[in-house]
Design a protein around this ligand. Sequence first.
Ligand code: SF4
Length: 316
Amino acid sequence: MRSFVKPVLVISACLDLQQVRYNGQVVKDELAIKLREYCQTIAVCPEVSIGLGVPRDRVIVYMDKEPRLFQPSTGRDITQEMLSFSESFLSSLPEVDGFLLKSKSPSCGISGTLVYKDPYAKEFYKRGKGLFALRVLEKFELLPVEDEGRLKNPEIRDHFLTRLFAIAHLRSALSRVDSVTQLMEFHRQYKYLLMAHSQVKLKEMGRLVANSKGNLRESVKMYSLLFMQALKRRPSRKQHANVLLHMFGHLSRHINQKEKSHFVSLMEKFKQGKRDLYTLTDIIKSFAYRFEESYLLEQAYLEPYPEELKDAIINN
Ligand code: SF4
């Protein structure tokens, strides 16, 4: 069982069970509620923060040259207030590891926000993003930023949680690194996770770690950047399959032909989308426990975030 650093997560206040929605309601999302136990949350309601109050009349996004925020009932254009608030709030944050925002909102939505052609919402233009969310995405491009709607997709959710907990670990571990050995140790734990995301970056980071003697501070800074860049792109099933085969290779001397054939057939089903990743990683983990393969058991890839979050997800 790995131990985890608590990520610092910025969360839309309505997902943090605060009664700040336009109608005074909260949003009860099982994963968001569970994450409050495992993260240190910083809740924000951009609309309340710019003084719109609760309850409030709806605001909408419409497209001029740039997206604008408007309250049709009062005729108020509140774009500038929202942009100024976003800038000052985001600049005042401590180091954070990710953002979980409310979908479809004209302020917080990462996806599904209704964008109109005109300020009175007479003509629909497209589905897009909220104004606050757009600033978050611009300013924190290397951090995981999602909304609870997109996190219903198991692969997006797995990627979000993996990045959130890996970046929190990176931040905490590398702030204390004072020897090349410690940097190597961190890199060792993430070998397979990085391999799943980017073989190119894994090799680049391996070279960086190997040559970090004499310029440790600079190397740690560059390592952090490469780590976050590597994790940004969601791995394909083919990339996961490659990692699973590598890990399985460590175990092959211990197991018999029938066990091998069974694993290979599950792997084929995984590649076709008929099995999820947990089925395969759980098998590898069981063998690793049985044969005391500590190198595999230390790998973040086999347990990238707390198991209890997986359980919340499976029951969602
Ligand atoms: S979606 Fe954002 S702006 Fe709307 S109530 Fe929730 S926190 Fe406030």
